[in-house]
Design a protein around this ligand. Structure first.
Ligand SMILES: Nc1ncnc2c1ncn2[C@@H]1O[C@H](COP(=O)(O)OP(=O)(O)OP(=O)(O)O)[C@@H](O)[C@H]1O
Length: 251
């Protein structure tokens, strides 16, 4: 568990309620510097709602979110300038070229030395030849690379990734995972990652949180956690969490 000053994200008793529906029910967790944390759970568990609250898109019903110690509710723009994200359900405008998309996002985030930063990212994500290509005509893998380049424009301390490798072929997914690993190990940021691919989670994440019905049921090292709960694989553990959350809650 990261010590206080090493935390890039600290979520305390976070809650989101829609009428009688409790989407997120008092979740607490941290993400440390250079750490990749997997947010796992069945459909409807509350993962996207949690991520959207951390992104400042949804207002929590309760609880607090600190990004590098900055309270999102009190100093919103200062907290959010340290953050960025990529999500499959939030593609970049397809009628703009790769370069235009990066420029607009960079302006939104107030990136200093934007032209040089875009050039750096075009090289890093092997996008130079697609510079003047409309984003919408690129393949899924290429679009994911553009989305990641966009997510890294402002050198975020907290990178939120909602299923970044969904719909990618295994080789492309591996390439994307390696780039995200590099981000976490070489820089000073941390990553919160959602995925339904347990193989990927085991390979990439330093720590996982299993969420079910808006609550964190389990937390730990994805390589050790299955054995600790008498399961052979992370996938088996996931299925148990999805089908019998109450049994685990009692354990
Ligand atoms: N605007 C809303 N109004 C009412 N209920 C909502 C709203 N948004 C989300 N919910 C409910 O909150 C719960 C959590 O949804 P959320 O999208 O966070 O789940 P998820 O873990 O991201 O699922 P998935 O893996 O399918 O993306 C679901 O039961 C959903 O129906």
């Amino acid at each position: 568990m990261p010590t206080k000053h090493e935390r890039v994200l600290s979520v305390q008793a976070l809650r989101k309620q829609y009428g009688a529906t409790v989407a997120v029910d008092g979740i607490s967790f941290d993400v440390g510097r250079n750490e990749i944390v997997g947010l796992l759970g069945p459909n409807g568990a509350g993962k996207t709602t949690t991520i959207n609250m951390i992104l400042g898109v949804l207002e929590p019903t309760g609880g607090s979110i600190l990004i590098e110690g900055v309270d999102l509710a009190k100093r919103r723009s200062q907290a959010l300038e340290r953050t960025n994200f990529a999500a499959v359900y939030s593609p970049l405008p397809g009628n703009l070229t790769v370069q235009q998309n990066l420029r607009i996002s960079g302006l939104i985030y107030g990136v200093k030395g934007l032209t040089a930063r875009i050039e750096e990212l075009l090289v890093q994500f092997e996008l130079v030849r697609f510079r003047d290509t409309k984003s919408g005509v690129l393949s899924s893998g290429e679009q994911t690379r553009v989305a990641l380049a966009k997510a890294m424009l402002n050198r975020p301390q907290l990178l939120l990734l909602d299923e970044p490798t969904a719909s990618l072929d295994p080789a492309t997914a591996q390439d994307i995972r390696a780039r995200i690993r590099d981000f976490a190990t070489q820089g000073t940021g941390g990553v919160l990652w959602t995925s339904h691919n347990m193989y990927e989670v085991e390979e990439v994440c330093d720590r996982v949180l299993f969420v079910s019905r808006g609550k964190v049921l389990l937390e730990g090292d994805p390589k050790a956690l299955p054995r600790e709960h008498g399961k052979a694989t992370l996938e088996e553990l996931f299925i148990t969490v999805a089908r019998e959350p109450l049994a685990l809650e009692r354990a």
